[in-house]
Design a protein around this ligand. Structure first.
Ligand code: ADP
Length: 618
């Protein structure tokens, strides 16, 4: 089982403490025992010295033969593991045990004796620390007397201190061995105590690990006694707080992400190293990015990223309009972002596709220019005629009448212009209401025939109708009339005298083929081939001047006229009105035209279905 660091540290401390204690014990024991051992040795050696002194006296008095004397001396010396030295008053030595039969030692010893008279004065000598020839000895002495009590010499018994202490080494050794043997037994109790004491930390460690891995539901056991209980409660309080904070941050982050993801504008943020940090789906869509790992994969226009880098460098906001190769205009605002310590931590850019806004802006400018132009032309003409009239410069009535007629035409043109503009304005502001109802197409075209008759007759234009009888459309009756009048008026207007206009209506199962034909334009480009099914098509065909293919795509624009010279008195608003009405009805206008050959304008209508559209029956 893997023990905790705390546990291992405790064992280490315990072992070190035991080792140090043993060392201190051994040292103290050695220190304290030394003196006592030396004193003990002197006590041990003193009787030997006395005995040898007596034997020597016996020997000197020839009561003891030389061999026996030597033998006894040797025995006594070896019994205490010491040396014996007999020194006569004349400083000549008599006997030395073998170990000190060393001239240098003898000389040194004699020199030592010579320093003091006490060896022959009857005073008893002993030393625990006698230094001879560089070695320390324990030494004791006894006087040798003759019968009359005269001191003949001294008996010295010596033993090297190291020999005395050799026992001490054994004792220390034994202490250490005993300590080692007792160590496992001595550790059992403290170890089990430590294990028990550390048990609660397991729970705390486990909880701390869980929390560090993001599991804020983990709870420490608060029932633990003592300090660990306090720690457990503190951990739980801390975990609760962190958990709440993390939850709040997560909620905020999620909301922020959702807001950013839901933005129709693109957002990109980079860090100070220029690496991409955040971006949203709108930005990916804007630049068609799929997998994004670098900023160039997200926005493949290095010039834009150079602006980001410049913002980071200069720490200032920059705004640019970037025009892509495919003709889009993108407004980009880049500013720096700051961290808690107010240090620059990156840059964020807001991307707004302003193509439509720019287009509208251009259109607005163009519109104002067009209006000014359209108003100025008739007004200039009227003014040019009014001035000579008011100055009485026009002499005859016939000319005056001609001037009045021209002015009347111009005023009519102005009022048509204003009326068309108001219609467009209402259509654009959704102020016009559309009321769907079943409309009999044949009936409708018969009414149209009556209304165009006069203008057709004026230009000797034949208008023919070819109508499928049973057709009913679900549409706004009045708006349909408006569209048909615009288209038939145009057909007559742009057809030379003696020309022909044909109006037809029929049901078409599928007319998507039209979109692929040459010289065809559709007013509502989003009207794809899938929608070109099951419609009533009203076509107005003329054999007039036609429309050049280069102008075909633009004739639905406001104020667009193919050529001023051939469209005298036109406003360029008719087709725009027709297109907007049809778009509001969910229909479209298709034109097929060849210059100098003629044009066909087709409008789609939804067939009335009595079952499906019964709510429109009244
Ligand atoms: P207006 O007819 O008042 O000029 P429109 O919006 O109705 O405005 O028509 C736009 C332009 O389309 C006209 O100026 C004309 O050049 C062209 N156009 C429209 N209808 C026809 C047509 N039937 N034949 C030829 N050109 C036409």
């Amino acid at each position: 089982m893997k023990k905790s660091v705390l546990f291992r540290k405790f064992i280490m401390i315990f072992v070190i403490t035991t080792a140090v204690s043993t060392l201190v014990l051994v040292s103290a024991y050695t220190l304290l025992s030394k003196d006592r051992l030396l004193a003990q040795k002197i006590n041990e050696l003193s009787p030997i010295a006395n005995a040898v002194a007596l034997l020597t006296t016996e020997h000197l008095e020839s009561k003891l033969d030389h061999e026996t004397y030597l033998y006894l001396c040797k025995e006594m010396a070896s019994s205490v593991d010491s040396y014996i030295l007999i020194v006569e008053t004349s400083y000549s030595h008599r006997y030395l045990s073998e170990a000190v039969d060393d001239p240098e030692f003898i000389n040194d010893f004699k020199r030592f004796i010579a320093t003091d008279n006490k060896f022959f004065s009857g005073e008893r000598f002993f030393s625990k620390d006698l230094k001879i020839s560089g070695k320390a000895y324990v030494c004791t002495a006894a006087h040798i007397y003759d019968d009359s009590g005269t001191i003949l010499g001294n008996t010295f018994v010596l033993i090297e201190q190291s020999r005395v202490f050799s026992n001490l080494v054994y004792s220390n050794y034994n202490i250490i061995i005993s300590a080692l043997i007792s160590l496992p037994f001595a550790t059992i109790v403290p170890i089990s105590g430590v294990i028990r004491a550390l048990k609660p930390t397991k729970n705390l460690i486990m909880v701390a690990k869980e929390v560090s891995q993001g599991n804020y539901e983990a709870k420490a056991n608060e029932k633990i006694d003592g300090e660990f209980g306090t720690i457990a409660r503190a951990i739980n309080t801390m975990t609760d707080r962190v958990s709440n904070m993390v939850r709040e941050v997560r909620v905020e982050k999620r909301q922020l992400n959702q807001i950013i993801a839901g933005l129709s504008d693109g957002i990109a943020a980079i860090d100070t190293n220029g690496r991409i940090m955040h971006y949203n789906p709108a930005l990916m869509n804007m630049f068609g990015a799929v997998g994004v790992s670098t900023r160039e994969e997200l926005v493949p226009h290095p010039e834009i990223w150079e602006v980001f880098d410049a913002v980071l460098e200069a720490d200032e906001v920059r705004m640019i309009t970037y025009h892509t190769d495919d003709g889009r205009a993108i407004w980009i605002t880049v500013s720096t972002i700051y961290d808690d310590e107010n240090n620059c931590s990156g840059a964020v850019g807001l991307f707004k596709d302003s193509t439509e806004a720019e287009r509208l802006d251009n259109m607005r400018k163009e519109y104002i220019a067009n209006i000014s132009h359209e108003f100025r032309t008739p007004l200039t003409a009227i003014r040019g005629l009014l001035e000579p009239l008011s100055d009485n410069m026009v002499p005859d009535d016939e000319t005056k009448q001609r001037y009045y007629n021209i002015m009347l035409d111009e005023v009519g043109r102005l009022s048509r212009l204003i009326s068309d503009m108001m219609t467009i304005s209402k259509l654009q502001s959704n102020a016009l209401t559309f009321e769907l109802e079943p409309v009999n197409v044949a009936e409708k075209l018969k009414q149209l025939a009556v209304s165009v008759n006069a203008s057709a007759l004026k230009k000797n234009i034949e208008v023919v109708f070819e109508v499928q009888e049973d057709l009913a459309a679900l549409t706004d009756n009045d708006r349909l009339s408006q569209v048909l009048v615009i288209l038939t008026d145009n057909a007559i207007k742009y057809t030379k005298e003696g020309g022909k206009v044909a109006v037809s209506a029929k049901y078409e199962k599928d007319f998507s083929y039209l979109l692929n034909e040459p010289n065809v334009a559709i007013s509502n480009p989003s009207y794809n081939s899938n929608k070109c099914k099951d419609k009533i098509i009203i076509s107005i065909t003329d054999n007039g001047v036609g429309i050049p293919s280069m102008d075909l795509q633009r004739i639905f624009e406001r104020f667009y006229t193919v050529s001023k010279s051939r469209t005298k008195g036109s406003t360029g608003l008719g087709l725009s009105i027709a297109q907007q009405i049809l778009e509001a009805l969910g229909e479209t206008l298709i034109v097929k035209s060849v210059e100098d050959k003629g044009s066909t304008f087709m409008i789609t209508l939804t067939e009335f279905n009595p079952i499906r559209d019964k709510e429109y029956l009244y």
